[in-house]
Design a binder for this molecule. Structure first.
Ligand code: GTP
Ligand code: MG
Length: 409
């Protein structure tokens, strides 16, 4: 590793191929942010124009050599492609360039692996990684066996490849079982919460839109905020008191979305996203200062469709108005329902409008009881949190080590 002095990050060259997409530049900028979020240092970006990917090297062999020469001249160890590479393309490039090659999918998986904190989050990432790996197993690949080590692991007459596949298959099965159990626990928690008839609100949106900042401002929770992609991986929930009439709602901060979110990850994070699927209201947070905000909205809606959350009432929260030179305000649709609220989570501008919008949505929701839930005033909020938390203990009476927290920590 040729690390620069005092800098531990891997120097990486980024490669983007322009197939004529309108968002080519924005997508490359995002790749740079993804790369630094993963701990790499993007030192150069090489672009190419093509009509279609080259089957062997994704870029042509001439371009591949050019990338290799440039990367070596710059002391890079890694080349990151802004695309999904086939296993063969990745392998061919690695052999030809003698450099580490990763694609967009692996990069995102890597960030998730680094960020996962909860037990469940780690299991989900491992499952996604193994599923990604399973498609890439080639003869002579011995990494897994070395890792597991030991005599007698390999069955009689099995080739290395079969052993690797078998070990991965077994681990995938074990992970699925464990995650299914955790999902059942979540179901129990949700039912317990359902008994309280508490209106639930999920913050969703593109990564870096400001969901956690807004969550903190609204609930004073102090969750991790950073100018990084996927700063948040675990769902965190808190009570939010909205006045005597409405009482409290439960509000959840969730993982951010990104374009081309690897589908293994969407599948693996389904359990985490269940918080979102079962919400009564989605606050779709948008970075209103981003030039690609419209496209980000579309990407988020696409993932919401994929996880079956597109039927949930949604308010678009147009955030970062301080950086976009906009005023706080509210927009209503043709049914006079609030469709957009313009705010700044950082300065607090427009937050009163947002709280009013949540109250209005809670009132109009059919499932919401006509009378406020008794006992949900600020005085006994803490006590209520404790009750909520105790409903989240698992069968052994142990605190559930998964991603959902309700109440003060
Ligand atoms: N100018 C401005 N910046 C903001 C505002 N809200 C959030 N930010 C910044 O945007 C960046 C991302 O904020 P987060 O709250 O971590 O975003 P997130 O949506 O939770 O991101 P992920 O967890 O990665 O999905 C941080 O640098 C925030 O300080 C705002 O209203 N105005
Ligand atoms: Mg966040």
């Amino acid at each position: 590793m040729a690390d620069a002095p005092g800098n531990n990050s891997t120097r990486a060259v980024l490669v983007g191929v322009d197939f004529g997409a309108v968002d080519f530049t924005a997508s490359l900028e995002e790749l740079a942010l993804l790369a630094s979020s993963a701990g790499a240092e993007p030192i150069d970006t090489i672009t190419a124009k093509r009509n279609a990917p080259d089957p062997a090297y994704f870029v042509g062999s001439g371009k591949a050599d050019e990338i290799g020469v440039a990367a070596k001249a710059l002391g890079a160890e890694l080349v990151i492609f802004n695309h999904a590479l086939s296993p063969a393309q990745q392998r061919n490039l690695e052999r030809r360039l003698e450099l580490g090659i990763i694609d967009r999918t692996s990069l995102i998986l890597d960030i998730f692996a680094q960020r996962a904190k909860s037990h469940e989050g780690k299991l989900q990432v491992e499952l996604a990684q193994l599923q990604h790996l399973a498609t890439r197993l080639i003869r002579g690949w011995t990494h897994l066996e070395r890792q597991k080590g030991g005599i007698g692991l390999r069955g009689p007459g099995e080739t290395q490849l079969e052993t690797d596949r078998r070990l991965i298959g077994e681990r995938v099965k074990a992970l699925r079982t464990r995650l299914a159990k955790l999902r059942k626990q979540h179901e129990t928690q949700r039912r317990a919460r359902g008994r309280n008839n508490t209106f639930s609100v999920s913050l969703v949106g593109y990564t870096n839109a400001g969901k956690s900042t807004l969550f903190n401002t609204l609930t004073k929770a102090g969750v991790y905020v950073a100018n990084q992609l996927f700063a948040t991986l675990d769902t965190t929930s808190r009570r939010l008191y909205l006045g005597d009439e409405t009482g409290s709602v439960v509000i959840s901060d969730t993982v951010g979305f990104v374009r081309e979110l690897p589908h293994q990850l969407v599948a693996a994070f389904r359990a985490t996203l269940e918080e979102t699927i079962h919400a009564d209201l989605l606050l779709h947070v948008v970075d209103g200062s981003s030039p690609t905000r419209m496209e980000q909205i579309e990407q988020v809606n696409e993932v919401l469709r994929e996880i079956g959350a597109d039927h949930i009432p949604q308010i678009l929260v147009w955030n970062k108005i301080d950086a976009a030179d906009l005023q706080p305000g509210v927009e209503r649709d043709e049914h006079d329902k609030i469709s957009r609220v313009f705010i700044s989570a950082r300065s607090g501008a427009g937050l009163d409008l947002l709280r009013d919008a949540i109250v209005e949505a809670a009132k109009s929701a059919a499932s919401y009881p006509a009378n406020p839930v008794p006992g949900l005033s600020p005085e006994n909020e803490e006590q209520d949190d404790a009750a909520l938390e105790s409903s989240m203990l698992d069968d052994n009476g142990e605190s559930n080590p998964t991603s959902t927290h309700v109440g003060p920590q």
